[in-house]
Structures are given as structure tokens and as C-alpha cells.
Design a binder for this molecule. Sequence first.
Ligand SMILES: [Zn+2]
Length: 94
Amino acid sequence: MSVPCAVEEILLPGDFTMVDSVRVTCSRCGCEAESFGTGKPSITRCLAMLHEKCPSGEDNFYVDAAEKKGARSSVSAKETGPMLPKISLGRGRR
Ligand SMILES: [Zn+2]
């Protein structure tokens, strides 16, 4: 079964500075996974980590709840597109 997971953007302490990161929370038991980066690869990594961590996760398929709400994407497990930086880090022009 698929488990919707809440995805929130957080800051994690990196080597020298705080790093934009994501935290994914399992809606079934509340277990969490965190990963550097806020792009889709980071979210995907967190979802995979939940699969390892979640005590009831053996057969579960973790999905980004927000994404599920939007477009209904078919299950394409091997989507290795270029890791485009989706986030604009406030690159305002001066
Ligand atoms: Zn869980």
C-alpha cells in the first residue's frame, strides 16, 4: 500500500553552514527521514530511507503527499533525469 508522507523544507547543519534540506514524515507512524537538498532527488531519497526505517514499512510504498495531491503520476521507478536545480535560491538581480 502507498503511504502519503508529509514533506517539509528544513535546515540541517552542514559542514560550515546550514543547508536547505527536506524532512519527510511517515503518516502512518510518524517516523522521519531527513536529507540535504530540497529537490526531488532529496525527497526520493527520504522516501527510500523511510522504507528502511519505518517499523511497518516493509511492504509500503512511500509517496510525497503533496505530489500525490497534484498530478497523478504513473509509477515510473527509473526516472533518472538530469538533476536540475528546481529551487531558486533567492537569486535576485541587483
Ligand atoms: Zn512509518
